[in-house]
Write a protein that binds this ligand. Sequence first.
Ligand code: UPG
Ligand code: MN
Length: 759
Amino acid sequence: MAINIQESTFLPLQEKIVSNNKIARAIELIVLSLLVSMLVYRVVSLKDQHHYLPWLLAFLCESWFTFIWILSMCTKWNQCYTITYPERLLERVNESEYPEVDIFVTTADPILEPCIITMNTVLSLLAVDYPTNKLALYLSDDACSPLTFYSLVETTKFAKLWVPFCKKYNIQVRAPFRYFTSNSTSLDHDSLEFRNEHKKMKNEYDYLYKKIEVAAQRPFTCDDPNSDFSVFCDVNRSDHPAIIKVVSENTELPYIIYISREKNPKHDQHYKAGAMNVLARVSGVMTNAPLMLNVDCDMYANNPQVFLHAMCVVFGYKNDQDCGFVQFPQAFYNGLKDDPFGNQLANFYYIMNGLSAIQGIFYGGSNCFHRRKVIYGLSPNDIKNTENIRNEDLHKVFGKSFELRDSAAQILSGSNPNIDQKSPSCFIEAAIDVASCSYEYGTQWGKKVGWLYGSTTEDMLTGLNIHGRGWKSVLCSPYPPPFLGCAPSTYPSSLAQQKRWATGLLEVLFTDKNPLLLTMKGNLWFRQALAYHWICLWGARSIPEICYAFLPTYCIITGSHFLPKVNEQAFIIPVGIFVIYNVYVLWEIKRLGVSLRMWWNLQRMGRVTAVTAWFFGFLSVVLKLIGLSKIAFEVTKKEHKPNNGDGVSDHCDKNASRFTFDKSPMIMVGVVILLVNMTALLNGVLKLLKVDHNDIWTELLGLGLGEMFCSMWLLLCFWEFLKGLFGNGKYRIPSSIIWKSGVLALFFVRICRRSSQPI
Ligand SMILES: O=c1ccn([C@@H]2O[C@H](COP(=O)(O)OP(=O)(O)O[C@H]3O[C@H](CO)[C@@H](O)[C@H](O)[C@H]3O)[C@@H](O)[C@H]2O)c(=O)[nH]1
Ligand SMILES: [Mn+2]
């Protein structure tokens, strides 16, 4: 794929900009030294304590927090980002030299992931600024739904109008459901012709929308055995043969192929990773493009130049090694104001730019351009001669399909992959073969090649493995945001997502791709390994967070201390940490141009998520490790609000950011923390009321101001839960959960009381 660009005579296609990070580093070092002082203080003053337990626990938790602080500091130490210049690419590289790209879209459930959303993603990708004949779009449908197939067929018809329309008028937003909302349709073209065509497009889209909506409401009939839909008759989504259909081979559009891989309850399906591997193989057989882009079904292309930006990175380095994959950020179009559930990833900014200064951004599962050879397991500089690749070896790695072995050999040897100009439908049989359940047995799929199995965050594991082989990766964040998706819009779905992430991330550490192993045995950089630990330990962080959250109440109830008293000099240390840390995070967030409210939400959700979703993630990994349960990939619900012209309906809905609750036990620890803190505060206040005015200061000191403050802070963090105790309908925490938590809270209080009695 290398093209001859004499770098010296041309301006670069991409540039790495290093940003000044001195102030942030200084503050982080100050916080670190305070954390260390706190630990030292704890060791030194342990002998003066009457109650060892809280002191010891606090010491352990704070050691852990310090460790996490060091991980994040190392990740964020240098900050840089990449900018790309597509106009230079257009000037310099002839369209015919652009590499082919296979586009993968995955969907798993037409109800949780409404077809119309997936189809908008498909349309936005079909219409990108890139030569049509270089693209093939594969839609993987894990639900084996005739509705999805039908929608794709109908969408293809609409695309024949939509794609030329977008290109002719250089439309900026090419997902119709976003385009036809009043705020994005600025009608930049004023001509009568444009207005007519615009109107026509709107009607056609509405028609498509109706058709899909109507089809969703009635079951598919099996009257005509010759119809395209007959294969879907009475199909059981978890037990059916592979269905692969070439929906379009017309040259006006990219190739469009529908895939529903074979499913059989006897075989592990490996969820999304399994789907991705089938996509890799089927596309390998059919089009074998050297690059592949993968997106989640809700991540539509919001910037029509996104492929050009990606090519700037692909062509922008002399060495392929510098760019194993190009990741675009995950941003959301339905993001609620101020991110009440803390799931829009804004606070990742500095971590991401920090990674860019190490080995490169993590693979995020969507919005990523991969090199096929990297996915096929090559290491940098590991281009094989075709003669060296023995057929037997290929067999062991890629499986028995001749077509796939041939195409893989082309990729591995770096020879021009497009010798074969046959159309995809010539390979249906071969494609069905490689989409079968048993195909992977005895091969390296999921182990060394393709998307790796063993974690529900297959993205993290796969990316880690790529970095482990010594590839670097690039984060590219052009404006407007290249992809926009659907963030979970309710608290329960956000919880489920966070739990899946915490589970999958922690699972990564227990595979043979553990970052430390890869640093020792492979080519993962040490600091990159630290960064991987920072993210993979999310689930484990729940334990110290929970312990720490119980300390203030324990101390208040038992009359003991886990923080220095106000009249001690050391009191300044925790106060310093608290103040500096919070002001620092606020400053970080402010620099991103977001509100104070968002800062509060993120900091609050940091506590809440850790003790709820992350804790359950931790538990599921423990259960898996001791062999008691298996982990499933629960798809998050994508909301499609039919826009009635305003397009911003969710933002106007005042209740959208209110917490709703379902029966999930995940929030239980949070409720217990809330209840015990309320008890402790009440306890403290009652004690104060009883004492004499003159003694109030001594009493306050005795109670421990630090502990009282922590307790109050926690109450504020769990404020939404407090509202949930008294809310109505879906805004109320289910009584069963309140009762169970109440019992646990009482139990805790009793233990505290008992341990405070003299033995
Ligand atoms: O059995 C499955 C399960 C899921 N999916 C697809 O996987 C994608 C991601 O699922 P989603 O429920 O949207 O998960 P998110 O948490 O939003 O996704 C993030 O986190 C996942 C790992 O947990 C990554 O796989 C995703 O790429 C990343 O965007 C969707 O397109 C699904 O259709 C499948 O194809 N088959
Ligand atoms: Mn998603």
